[in-house]
Design a protein around this ligand. Structure first.
Ligand SMILES: CC(C)(COP(=O)(O)OP(=O)(O)OC[C@H]1O[C@@H](n2cnc3c(N)ncnc32)[C@H](O)[C@@H]1O)[C@@H](O)C(=O)NCCC(=O)NCCS
Ligand SMILES: Nc1ncnc2c1ncn2[C@@H]1O[C@H](COP(=O)(O)OP(=O)(O)OP(=O)(O)O)[C@@H](O)[C@H]1O
Length: 208
């Protein structure tokens, strides 16, 4: 089933640390509603949620910190070194994330919405969207931005990159590509041009 709402949905994706949040923030500054699967992924494992209880059942109480919250760094260290663990995590969280995003989409009234989904190409989330915008950088740029932002080493950065689809496969799935290897100042005009394009596509889809 494609996009079950009447809202025009642009799926924004890209590899880890490609600049998805940075670009999404520029769309938000233009007044476009932005929903983010990484944010939903945090909400569905808040203390007291069924999501967190299921993670504890599967991975043990060591993934909980002393405040009763999910210790994200500890879980991150597990799942990016162990494909089976990552698949278990995704099997628990993806349906919860999907439902949360659908509930949030239901509340939105706008010409179009940006839906940020890191694993859009890898997962069924692509069925929710009308169009795919890929934020693209070379792998070396991804690695160095990730190491700098998250203070992780090259091995940890490469493990996350390797867990995601290849750059070319993501580009093959794209309707639009935003190249983000230049400085952040180059992004604004590119986002403004995409915004005009999406407004006209949304108007074509929902005239009046
Ligand atoms: C492993 C977790 C706990 C690490 O949390 P942490 O706060 O360190 O990272 P955060 O959630 O901000 O994610 C950062 C980036 O990691 C990458 N990433 C996250 N999950 C995955 C995954 N399952 N496979 C590949 N890459 C992933 C994405 O590029 C994401 O943008 C967390 O990422 C998580 O719960 N992942 C499973 C849910 C999921 O698949 N999320 C992706 C959205 S569909
Ligand atoms: N054009 C740019 N020039 C320099 N640094 C940038 C640029 N775009 C983003 N960055 C930096 O690169 C890092 C990754 O960007 P960002 O957090 O937006 O990526 P992301 O794709 O949302 O990451 P994740 O996959 O972890 O959610 C951040 O530190 C950000 O400030």
């Amino acid at each position: 089933m494609r996009n079950p709402t009447s809202l025009y949905i642009v799926g924004l994706t890209g590899g880890v640390a490609s600049g998805k949040s940075t670009v999404a923030e520029l769309f938000a500054e233009l007044g476009v509603p932005v929903l983010d699967a990484d944010v939903a992924a945090r909400e569905v494992v808040e203390p007291g949620t069924a999501g967190l209880a299921r993670l504890v059942d599967t991975f043990g109480a060591t993934i909980i910190d002393k405040h009763g919250r999910l210790d994200r760094r500890s879980l991150r260290n597990v799942v990016f070194q162990d494909q089976t663990a990552r698949q278990q995590l995704e099997a628990i969280l993806h349906p919860l994330i999907r439902q949360r995003l659908l509930d949030q989409l239901d509340q939105i009234q706008a010409a179009y919405v940006i839906l940020v989904v890191p694993l859009l190409v890898e997962s069924d989330f692509s069925k929710l969207v009308d169009r795919i915008l890929v934020i693209d950088v070379p792998v070396e740029t991804q690695r160095s931005r990730l190491m700098q932002r998250d203070a992780c080493d090259r091995t940890q950065a490469d493990a996350i990159i390797a867990s995601q689809t290849e750059r070319q496969r993501r580009l093959d799935a794209a309707n639009d590509v935003l190249e983000n290897s230049a400085g952040p100042n180059e992004l604004k005009p590119k986002v403004e041009a995409l915004h005009r394009h999406y407004l006209s596509l949304a108007a074509e889809r929902n005239p009046g």
